[in-house]
Design a protein around this ligand. Structure first.
Ligand code: SF4
Length: 426
């Protein structure tokens, strides 16, 4: 018997609760199972149990066998002196606290189906363990779980934003600029873009925002991409400009080797993305303030309409001409930026200002963006889990990454339904 199942059964009160008795035959009533402890020490804190006529408040320790208490040396560990009940699957030994006092024990009895469902779930080699059961779970449960998952995902992103705010001395525009740069890396070059933004303060870019050429010189130069081996007249003039600005601001470029082109579509080449980023800075100022003042999706999308300099209409790289194509930021890219940067920042800002209306607006933006299209979303769709907006797809990406991939089915609301299937109403 796995200890994790016993934890799950105890936490969710799935054990047989009538006629509970300690191994000594004293009656037991579980008034409060306590709070699960994920750190060192007893498994549940602050439980409340009646044993015989006495109500006890304290901790609970759970093991498959009583003898595990001694195997883990709890009999000589004072951290376990506040345990009021030892909950086990099989009582095979007496156990004692450090002062030699005997501890009451309870053998946990629960429906066999939970263990059977658990074993079936974890023996699956499917895309996700519950792939052949998820369609049994009513949509209403999935809906409420989806809301919790989305909040959890935004809170994780908020933690990263708060770390950045602390690094930038609570400078919202600077933190937004760094995160925005990161999202221009679209995964493959996100880290390089973040390093670039951190190496080039927004205040310096702000001084040159009216000159797209100078913005390109600063960004390409700092990115380490003005390579003399790939030079044409345009990149040579950018290099000349950058050398001047570099000396003026005492800049130290990042290592150009960080940028990756392998397996990228040309539209995603870092050269194109940097040119677009320069154009965005050129066409906007105080971007984050504008977004907080007008949290409207159409207005925000307009802020991201920007065209790189004409050189990029015929280039994906320096010194290599390509057929004419406008390189303005596409709508899918803008949606990705809204999902990964704009909405988390708005949500974080609204949370810090206790502004529930703004929080709702941030969520409404997600509801107005089409769902992401990738192999994970396709797999969910194959299982009948349909996303109608980015709100849904973000929730299901969170579920896959944080729960299914980690096999945390015991902490998943769908998992709860699947595990208790056959003896509770779904
Ligand atoms: S975590 Fe939840 S959705 Fe994912 S496989 Fe487990 S039970 Fe299914």
């Amino acid at each position: 018997m796995k200890e994790s199942i016993l934890h799950y059964v105890w936490q969710n009160k799935l054990f047989t609760a009538h006629n509970l008795q300690t191994t000594d035959g004293e009656s037991v009533e579980v008034i409060d199972v306590g709070k699960i402890n994920t750190d060192a020490g007893p498994d549940f804190f602050n439980a409340k149990i009646r044993i015989g006529e006495t109500i006890w408040a304290g901790n609970i320790e759970i093991h498959p066998n009583s003898s595990d208490w001694n195997k883990h040396n709890h009999q000589s560990d004072k951290a376990y002196d506040n345990v009021i009940l030892h909950v086990v699957h099989r009582a095979d030994a007496e156990v004692y606290r450090t002062d030699g006092e005997r501890l009451p024990q309870l053998e946990l009895v629960f429906p066999k189906q939970i263990e059977t469902n658990y074993e079936q779930l974890f023996s699956q080699q499917k895309w996700i363990p519950c792939a052949d059961k998820i369609n049994l779970v009513p949509a209403i449960f999935i809906q409420s779980w989806k809301n919790a998952l989305l909040t959890e995902r935004l809170e994780q992103k908020m933690n990263a934003i708060e770390r950045l705010l602390s690094e930038t001395n609570q400078h919202w525009e600077e933190a937004f600029y760094i995160t925005l740069a990161r999202s221009f890396g679209f995964g493959t070059n996100s880290q390089a873009f973040e390093s670039l933004a951190k190496s080039l303060p927004i205040t310096i870019l702000g001084k040159h925002k009216d000159q797209l050429f100078q913005l390109e010189a600063l960004l390409f130069g700092q990115a380490g991409l003005l390579n003399p081996d790939e030079q044409d007249a345009y990149s040579a003039s950018l290099k000349k400009e950058f050398d001047f600005l570099r000396a003026k601001y005492e800049l130290k470029p990042i290592d150009g080797a960080q940028w990756k082109l392998l397996r990228l579509r040309p539209d995603n080449f870092p050269y194109v993305r940097i040119a677009q980023f320069a154009a965005l800075i050129h066409s906007s100022s105080k971007l984050f303030s504008k977004i907080t003042e007008h949290p409207d999706i159409e207005y925000i999308k307009q802020l991201f309409v920007c065209e790189p300099s004409t050189y990029w209409n015929t280039h994906y790289l320096f010194a290599t001409e390509s057929p004419l194509k406008n390189k303005k930021l596409g709508s899918q890219s803008v949606n990705g930026i809204l999902i990964n940067t704009v909405v988390p920042f708005l949500f974080c800002f609204a949370s810090q200002k206790n502004n529930d209306e703004l929080k709702d607006k941030a969520l409404q933006i997600l509801e107005q963006i089409p769902p992401e299209r990738n192999s994970i979303m396709q797999n969910w769709q194959n299982l009948g889990i349909i996303s109608n907006s980015a709100y849904d797809s973000q929730a299901f990406l969170q579920l896959k990454k944080q729960y299914c991939d980690e096999k945390k089915c015991l902490r998943c609301r769908i998992g709860h339904k699947v595990l208790t299937y056959n003896f509770t109403n779904l």
